[in-house]
Design a protein around this ligand. Structure first.
Ligand code: IMP
Length: 477
């Protein structure tokens, strides 16, 4: 047995995002020429390499539809009944590619807020939804302009505006627009949940440079989280989704591996396995399970995660990705690695790519977007959205997660509840993320994510240095 002293003295360093920098390299292409397309699983490609976490304050159908439309992917959460999980997946699959995500108002929002949003999004209609995301009606510009700014929008909401269902095709939407003389109509699911708007402009001109992520059926790409122990739900979802994402905090566990061995034989969708965080975990997964179509990698780096604090255990995302990517290389396997947790910016994503990630998963960045399921809250003039860990007390009391961090399996909370800054629409967040990521690859001298694996060099930076490479010594305006 190794000596305790040696265990300590020879301990590896688990570097993560804030510890390292990308060393600039010789660039042969301009950032605008960088290609960010990648694979999220063995069978499915995405153009934008950032996918949303399966969390109940991040990804329901609205987020999933928007991300797939914009060339990325949202993984539907599983903190709900099997029926609701299936309904979400069906809604994504039935959704038209022309649904545009328009921000919502709640009945108590003021007319002034409605006007602010109409100007910002250059739209004359806005949806009003209740606390469960169900459409109550529509507010139109003429009513907004003719009302007092402090009045609640509830007093001007129109309930007679035609509504489209998810499956409405382009020609039906166009004919309803002609008939109603409205240039945008809301789309809702069968049970009345608001999904977005179809706008007249989108029917005639396709958005430039946007290519949706698609499944084998040609419809929007759809992924849903599952437990490895709920074969029944996995089979039911398998009829609708392209990708099943195993959603377990610590997958490197005998029972999880044995259950997943059975599960992969029962479903035809690609299966992403996780979360794992070490070389050994990757080795045991790829040698023990017949089919592994993707790996979700990183333990304890999540912004709302308290696992490391509560248990002392962690495989921070950067460290974990390097470990897993090396194992795959040693086994000669090309399995997409999804870096999951702690990614706050394109800079973090670029560092993950430098050590072998294929794409990144993020809850934090998307929770603050219009398309996440939680409502906007205003505190002291600033706007926020509610975001919670799936192992937080509040999420666990919903009692649906019976294994990831449930009261049955564990007795402590491993996540927290929080507020994140409101960021506006996903399209804006993705646009900024893509631009920064292309710049990062440009500095590294890489023209693609695959190129990053080879070319990007990493250096460790001191705490002092980390302070120097941010704006410093000045009062930012
Ligand atoms: P973020 O983008 O840094 O907020 O991290 C999101 C990731 O944190 C998710 O994709 C999960 O892997 C992980 N996660 C979600 N809920 C919890 C929790 O309650 N405890 C620990 N990790 C969590």
């Amino acid at each position: 047995m190794v000596s305790f002293r040696d265990k300590l003295v020879h301990a590896p360093v688990a570097y993560t995002f804030r510890d390292v920098i990308i060393v600039p390299g010789f660039a042969e292409v301009e950032p605008s020429e960088v290609d960010l397309s990648t694979k999220v699983t063995k069978s499915f490609s995405i153009k934008v390499p950032i996918v949303s976490s399966p969390m109940d304050t991040v990804t329901e159908e609205r987020m999933a539809i928007t991300l797939a439309r914009l060339g990325s992917l949202g993984v539907l959460h599983r903190n709900c009944s099997k029926e609701r999980a299936i309904e979400m997946a069906r809604n994504v699959k039935e959704a038209s590619e022309v649904i545009d995500s328009v921000p919502t108002l709640s009945p108590n929002d003021s007319v002034a807020r409605a006007l602010e949003l109409m100007r910002e999004y250059d739209i004359d209609v806005l949806p009003v939804v209740d606390g469960d995301g169900r459409l109550l009606g529509t507010v139109i510009k003429v009513d907004v302009l003719l009302s007092l700014s402090e009045e609640p929008v509830a007093s001007i909401v129109r309930r007679d505006i035609p509504i489209l269902d998810t499956a409405a095709d382009v020609s039906y939407a166009a004919s309803l627009m002609r008939e109603s003389k409205l240039t945008a109509l809301p789309v809702v699911t069968k049970d009345g949940r608001y999904l977005g708007f179809i706008r007249a402009e989108m029917l005639s001109t396709r958005e430039k440079g946007v290519e949706p992520s698609r499944g084998r059926d040609g419809r929007l790409l759809c992924a849903a989280a599952i437990s490895p122990f709920d074969i029944d739900r996995a089979r039911a979802l398998d009829r609708y989704v392209d990708i099943l994402v195993i959603d377990v905090a610590h997958f490197h566990n005998r029972n999880c591996i044995n259950a997943t061995k059975r599960l992969v034989k029962e479903v035809s969708a690609d299966v992403v396995i996780g979360n794992i965080g070490t070389y050994k975990a990757a080795e045991d997964v790829v040698t023990g399970i017949e089919r592994v179509d993707g790996l979700r990698v990183g333990i304890s780096s999540g912004s709302i995660c308290s696992t490391g604090e509560v248990t002392g255990a962690a495989a921070p995302t950067l460290f974990a990705v390097a470990e897993v990517a090396d194992a795959l290389k040693d086994y000669g396997l090309e399995i997409p690695v999804i870096a999951d947790g702690g990614i706050r910016s394109a800079a973090d994503a670029a560092k993950a790519f430098a050590v072998g990630a294929w794409c990144v998963m993020c809850g934090y960045l998307f929770a603050g977007c219009d398309e996440s399921p939680s409502p906007v809250v205003r505190i002291g003039g600033k706007l926020y959205k509610y975001y919670r860990g799936m192992g937080s007390h509040a999420a666990r009391v919903q009692r649906y997660i019976l294994d990831r961090y449930s009261p049955v399996a564990k007795h402590v909370a491993e996540g927290i509840e929080a507020l994140v800054p409101y960021r506006g629409p996903v399209s804006k967040v993705l646009r900024e993320f893509v631009a920064a990521l292309k710049a990062a690859l440009g500095y590294a001298g890489a023209k693609s994510i695959r190129d990053m694996w080879e070319k990007a060099r990493i250096a460790v930076i001191t705490e002092q240095g980390a302070g120097e490479i941010r704006p410093h010594s000045v009062e930012p305006l």
